[in-house]
Design a protein around this ligand. Structure first.
Ligand code: NAP
Length: 276
């Protein structure tokens, strides 16, 4: 399942809508990125997001906080939340250990939570109410839709339960009437649970963790993992022999995350401009 082409379509449509927004309101949609610390991977991810904004016709603003406290991060995010020229806010995850990340996320007002990380967004998603979804889970559902995979009645096994990925993707699959099993580091006999899955989502953060021998023939495999050296969480070659559909790494889930971020930033800009 190739995310690159689908992501390009979503970005092209977002660019068209961003241009419409600019023509109508005289400013571009604007995404503010916040980074705490100087982790090289996080710096690279933020640069990728800024580049994608530029290509989509979205302004990007950047706040870099080096040795900040939670109070300082909350203050910086609150300033962006109150700034009417900023339409979307993204706090790059993970924050350094001294930061209370949930408290920092909560400083993002729901209407600017284009990365779908606040409790408000999670609750809206869980209740099936309008709101912004977490971008990677949202991107995974769009991929399934594009490839005609209907989760209804199927057994989806999600490996990983992080608040930004595992948990929300399971909730979205449940919302599509899948029977969802969450697995995590305390799960006993993971291979036998995975064996009964019609859809597997790997969100573990361990290279080639899911083995081909664990998979039922015909399974749909979503590899959300991204590890050093462009390696996913699934042993791709052996899994591809059993799967009916599988996402590659790179070029599967990753580009969809960025595309959803662009789409939701433009949505946020329209929503804020039309209610103010
Ligand atoms: P995370 O917060 O570290 O969560 C990892 C999850 O895996 C945890 O729930 C953990 O269980 C579980 N786990 C760890 N060891 C396990 C084991 N032996 N068996 C079963 N479960 C195990 O990671 P994350 O932020 O969700 O990210 C997961 C992966 O997705 C990473 O490779 C990350 O780079 C990638 N990712 C990709 C994108 C993208 O755009 N493509 C976006 C976000 C993340 P516990 O809860 O019990 O600790």
């Amino acid at each position: 399942m190739h995310g690159t082409r689908l992501a390009e379509e979503i970005v092209a449509h977002s660019a068209q809508r961003a241009a419409e927004f600019s023509a109508r309101f005289g400013v571009k949609p604007c995404l503010a990125t916040v980074i705490v610390g100087d982790d090289p991977a996080s710096v690279t991810y933020v640069k990728m997001k800024q580049n994608r904004c530029h290509k989509t016709g979205i302004d990007s603003r950047h706040v870099s906080l080096l040795a900040a406290t939670t109070t300082e991060v909350v203050r910086a995010i609150t300033t962006l939340s109150d700034d009417s020229t900023v339409h979307g806010i993204l706090l790059q995850h993970p924050s350094p250990p001294q930061i209370d990340e949930p408290a920092a996320f909560e400083a993002i007002v729901p209407e600017k939570d284009v990365d779908g990380v606040t409790p408000h967004s999670f609750a809206a998603m869980a209740f099936g109410r309008p709101g912004f979804v977490s971008c990677t889970p949202g991107g995974i559902i769009r991929l399934l839709d594009a490839y005609g995979v209907d989760p209804s009645g199927r057994h989806a096994v999600v490996i990983g339960r992080s608040p930004i990925l595992g948990k929300p993707v399971g909730m979205l699959l449940l919302g599509r009437d899948a029977t969802v099993t969450y697995c995590h580091s305390k799960t006993q006999d993971l291979p036998s649970i995975v064996q009964s899955a019609d859809i597997v989502v790997a969100a573990v953060g361990r290279p080639e963790f899911v083995k081909g021998a664990w998979l039922k023939p015909g399974v749909v495999v979503i590899d959300a993992g991204y590890n050093a050296g462009n390696v996913g969480d699934v042993a791709f070659d052996e899994a591809a022999e059993r799967a009916s559909l599988i996402t590659p790494v790179p070029g599967g889930v990753g580009p969809m995350t960025l595309a959803l971020l662009m789409e939701q930033t433009v949505d946020a800009a329209f929503q804020q401009a039309t209610v103010s």
